[in-house]
Design a protein around this ligand. Sequence first.
Ligand code: ACO
Length: 329
Amino acid sequence: KGSKLIGCGSATPKLSISNEYLSKFVDTSDEWISVRTGIRNRKILSDGETVTDLAVKSSKKALEMANLKAEEIDLVLLCTSTPDDLFGSAAQVQRELGCNRALAFDITAACSGFVLGLVTGGGFENVLVVGADALSRYVDWTDRGTCILFGDGAGAVILQATSDEQDCLLGFDFHSDGNGQRHLHALVRSTDKKPGDEGAVSNGDVFLPSRASVSCIQMNGKEVFRFAVRCVPETIQTALEEAGLHGPDLDWLLLHQANQRILDAVAERLQIPPERVISNLSNYGNTSAASIPLALDEAVRCGKVKPGDVLATAGFGAGLTWGSAIVRW
Ligand code: ACO
């Protein structure tokens, strides 16, 4: 049984941070950031706003477009690496939307999360797939190599099972390589203190194990760049072959919005002309699992992506993980 895409939505925080503003507290400039990345602005969560809020807002819009009630959803997949609750936030999204019948769980696969979510919902009738991330919470705002890149946001789609031939998922291909973790990570650490060490928390003679903390995002930008430019065209090519399609058959290339130079390089390798590449990263930066559905929602709502259009989507990032899904809107 196949499925079709029947709705999309997106949401971003109100607070906007421009390149000029960043250059007030790290040694950078609007010119450097724009030329190297294509990014001009990013939206950042303020105090009190949560990833769950963004996921819920984007999902409500997707439900409205799909003309579905929350109770009709059977599965909620929240693709995020930055949940509000360590145990996952999908159930909170489910609760706030009122998807009372749905199973809900998180998918953690960094910037590849949303594309993985798209292929996970098979067997369910109505599936809500939300990509929502707030990497700004884990950025070292004194590290100019990473803080300029990321923004927060959410994007959602609704998949509905269909018995006709028109499955929206035409082909897909996914990979993981834990060896690449050294190039991109935000590690969870415990503070490693033994009883008697300075700073160890103890209660009389009883040593209390320390709490874990998460370090800021650390990235070797050049390595991640090389990985993306090498692996993304390959995974799209494989997914296209599975779909029985070629580059020229695509209406749109919709990649994870990490860096305009990556988008341009992948498009060039696949011989896809620039006017068929969807890009909105200048306004939002890299919003991780949210970036593909956020860009899709904008492209659908402005009439660029039309019913029946075929898109190659591809996510890539920490893990390392990468993969592609060829979908029909
Ligand atoms: N402003 C000004 N100068 C800077 C900045 C900055 N913000 N950042 C670095 N520089 C300097 C460096 O110090 C270096 O100076 P030097 O030549 O004196 O040593 C110079 O600019 C060049 O730095 P590079 O790191 O070589 O610049 P590069 O062209 O590689 O661009 C970037 C860096 C933008 C990070 C790029 O490598 C990139 O986009 N990589 C991919 C990141 C990515 O796509 N991640 C996706 C996954 S994210 C996820 O999964 C969570």
